[in-house]
Structures are given as C-alpha cells and as structure tokens.
Ligand binder design. Structure first.
Ligand code: UDP
Length: 470
C-alpha cells in the first residue's frame, strides 16, 4: 500500500528561548528523521530580535508564525512570569483556534498539535479546531513533570507552604526534594501563579501523551515509573536530550573561543546563569572572589546584579540592563587577566561546552544548560536561582544522580572556591562527579542513536500520528 503522507505538526511555544530552542529541535528532528513538516506558533510578547533571528535560521520544513498580541494590562505589576505566560495562552485560545483551522486547510493534513508546559489551555483551541491529537511537550525533566502531575492532590494533602514541610517531599520514583527546593512558582500559595500550576497539573491529563526532554540515565527512578502506562495519566515518552545544534553568531563569540583556544585541555570552568539569570550584588562579589581564590581558569558571563531589577528581569530579553563590569570587585579583572575572561551578557554556550579546554560548568541548572553540559560531558557546579532550578540541583547532586556539586546556601567565597576546585581537580566527590558525567554523556548519545531509547520513543509517537491511532 502507498505510505501515508508525511505529517504536519503545529507547535505552540510559550515565551522564553528555553522553550523555543528545544521545541524547534524537536521540529527539526521530526523533519530530518521522519519527513514531517512543522509550524511553530509563537506569542506576540516574545517577538524579540534574538527570537526572530533564531526562527529565520530554521530549515524550510519548519515554518513559524506569531499569534496576535493580547491585552495583559489588567494583570498586577510584578505578576509572575508563569502567570503572564499562562494568561497570555488562555487569552489567545480564540485566535489560536482560527490559526489551527487555517493550518488544517493549507496543509491538508494537520496530524497533531503540540503545546509546551505553560500552554496546556491551548488544548481547548485544538479541540475547537477539530485537531484530534493533542500532545504536551515538556522541556524540563521527569522530576518536575511528576510534581506537576501530582499537584491537584498535593494541593489538598499539603495544606501549608512547601517551604515549611518538616520532611522532604517524596514522590513516586523521585529523589526526595526538601521543601525550600520545591519549584519556585509553588512557594507562595497566595500568588496566582500557584493556582495556575495546579490548573496545568489537571490540564496535562487531557494530553494524549507527554514528550519529555530528558533521558532515563539521568533520572532512572521517575523514568521507570512514568514509562509504564497508568490509568488517568497520559503516556510519557522521554525523547531527550534535545539540545540546540549551535548558537548563531554573537559579538562575544570570537573573543570567547580565541581565548579558550589558548587554554590547556579541560582547565576552564564556564560560569553562566542562563538566558535571564543574574545574582544579587553581594553574591556576584563573592563569586568573583571565590573564582579568584579557586586558582582555576574561568570564563564568566556577567550580567548586572538582580537587585538592580527582578531576579529574572532579563527573561524576555537577554541583554544585561546596565554595565555589569561596574559591579565586580575593585581590580578583579586586572588581577585575574592571566586566568580568567569575563564577557558581558551572552556567550556561545554550546561552542564553549564543546571546546576541549572546558572542564567544568558553574550553572544555574536551567534544564537546557544541564542537558547541554551532559551531552558534552562537562561536570557541573550547581548554583540554582529560580523556576525549577533548585529542584534540578537536588536531583543532580549527591542526593540524586551525582553529576554536580552544589554550592552551599551561604554562598561565601571560600565555599565557592572549594566547590570549584573539587569539581575541577578534586579526588573525592569531584572525581566521582566527573566519572558519572562521562557515563551520562555516553548514555545520552546511545539513546539518540537509531534504535536507542529516545529515538525509538519518538518513532513510536510519529507512528501514532501517521497510523491513524491516537
Ligand atoms: N545560552 C547561551 N549563552 C548564554 C546563556 C544562555 O547560549 O550566555 C543558551 C544556553 O545554551 C541554553 C539557553 O540559552 O540553550 C538557556 O536555557 P536554560 O534552560 O539553561 O536556562 P533559562 O535561560 O531558561 O533560565
């Protein structure tokens, strides 16, 4: 019989490069391995230059379009990012329905609709447009997914705040998470973003399946449980690690890479807090002095401190708001110029992690950064800031898989220096972390190969899209 036509997939991307990048990678993989085409649907609030450049660099099989702007001016100033994204999505349902109806007409065969973690309300639009297969793409990990899926119950069983829990939160298969490390948007139940997260937890159940950007070896406990079908919960497919192939050119690229070229193998610790993270002034100072004290070579992406604005002030736009160099300790750049390079705002992270001179990564534990580090076999020092990063730090450090050393909460320069030194050349926990990361790098690569677990999971999903099943 004639093989069915290749599927077209519509994908809704909630704001943030951390959502766009892996979803675009998924679209590219569906195109290159399975002959699919895809349309990425973005929100008007994220029409930044960075995003436009990224979208225009995608292959022809992956097109994009933007939803019209929605009015969010009634939301209180300082509303959480999770609230803004959820509201923007909920208010875009009518426009999205029209877009999906249009795509059905123009593509002839809209095989599936995929929404990401804050976009589950868009399932209503897909239903209204008569798109039968509705999938969730979860760009973070199985630990976070387990938590969100349990939120509707936890909302009743945990009456107070998570941070006040006497015992760590224990969920099926998961590393126990101490209360204060639980997902940031759940830490204040009076904040509307808490209610939004509980809502998403029940909305996720409407998905036919959930595709997760993670892999078994990095979180074997929840992988084992979520891979089994369970009544009342969508099937879960770990399809990662999907990371971006490369970060296009930026003005710091050449400076970083030429500097790395001059450093010995595995001698440099890369220090970066993601696309939006920044530290409070005092911690930024301790970090500088800690790096200096460690005696290790470093490449540090600096942003102006967070107490000069919100902690994730840069979320919609990665440019540092002020001159970050002004906040470094007096004489720091001069004193460390033989061993360190400090760049403002942005570095070509993938190229840096792939460079032979890079031997460690001090990271905020954003999930994309973690996956990129593991894919390139770079062990981590965990310094989480917001979102799910504290939880990620727990599952990555000794309590969990052991791929990172966490900086103690006090964040003093000596403790920072000790963690960095141990990671780079220590014979105790440092050596164990380095060995574990090498193992995870291998497991990640094997999963993505033809026949590997991640490749097989994605093939199974595509089979459903093309085979007429849900
Ligand atoms: N990134 C980069 N250069 C930087 C900072 C970040 O290329 O200086 C990229 C990084 O490679 C990753 C993404 O931006 O792909 C950050 O995503 P992550 O989930 O780690 O953190 P978030 O930005 O969502 O907090």
């Amino acid at each position: 019989p004639a093989s069915p036509p290749p599927p077209h997939v519509a994908m809704l991307v909630t704001p943030g490069m951390g959502h766009l990048i892996p979803l675009a990678e998924l679209a590219k993989r569906l195109a290159s391995r399975h002959g699919a085409t895809a349309t990425l649907i973005t929100f008007a609030s994220t029409a930044s230059a960075t995003q436009r450049a990224f979208l225009s660099s995608l292959p022809p099989a992956v097109s994009s379009l933007s939803l019209p702007p929605v009015d969010l001016s009634d939301l209180p100033r300082g509303a959480a990012i999770e609230t803004l994204m959820s509201e923007e999505c909920a208010r875009s349902v009518p426009a999205l329905t029209d877009i999906l109806l249009g795509l059905k007409r123009t593509t002839g065969r809209l095989a599936a609709f995929v929404a990401d973690l804050f976009g589950a309300d868009s399932f209503d639009a897909a239903r209204d447009a008569g798109v039968d297969r509705r999938y969730l793409f979860f760009p973070t990990n199985l630990h976070v997914l387990t938590l969100i899926l349990h939120l509707p119950e936890l909302d009743t069983s945990v009456p107070g705040e998570f941070r006040d829990l006497a015992e760590p939160l224990r969920l099926p298969g998961c590393v126990p998470i101490p209360g204060p490390d639980v997902l940031m948007p759940l830490q204040d139940k009076t904040n509307p973003c808490y209610k939004w997260m509980v809502h998403h937890g029940s909305k996720y159940r409407e998905a036919d399946a959930i595709l997760v950007n993670s892999f078994d070896a990095v979180e074997p406990g929840p992988a084992k449980i979520l891979r089994q079908p369970a009544p009342g919960r969508p099937v879960v497919y770990p399809i990662g690690p999907l990371i971006q192939a490369d970060t296009g050119g930026s003005k710091n690229d050449a400076a970083c890479l030429e500097w790395l070229d001059r450093q010995p193998d595995r001698s440099v610790i890369f220090v970066s807090f993601g696309s939006g993270g920044a530290l409070p002034t005092e911690q930024m100072r301790e970090l500088a002095l800690g790096l200096e004290l460690s005696g290790q070579r470093f490449l540090w992406v600096v942003r102006s401190p967070s107490d000069e604005g919100a902690v994730n002030d840069n979320y919609y736009d990665a440019e540092s708001k002020k001159d970050p160099f002004a906040y470094l300790p007096e004489g720091f750049v001069e004193r460390t110029k033989e061993v360190g390079l400090v760049v403002p705002s942005w570095a070509p992270q993938i190229k840096v992690l792939a460079h032979r001179a890079t031997g460690g990564f001090l990271t905020h534990c954003g999930w994309n950064s973690v996956l990129e580090s593991l894919v390139h076999g770079v062990p981590m020092v965990a310094w989480p800031l917001y979102a799910e990063q504290r939880q990620n730090a727990v599952m990555l450090s000794a309590e969990g898989v052991g791929a990172a050393i966490r900086v103690p909460e006090s964040k003093g320069r000596e403790k920072i220096a000790a963690a960095v030194r141990e990671l780079m050349e220590g014979e105790g926990s440092g050596a164990a972390v380095r060995a574990k990361v090498a193992e995870l790098q291998k497991a990640a690569a094997e999963g993505l190969q033809e026949g590997g677990a991640a490749a097989a999971a994605l093939a199974e999903v595509v089979e459903k899209w093309t085979g007429g099943e849900n």
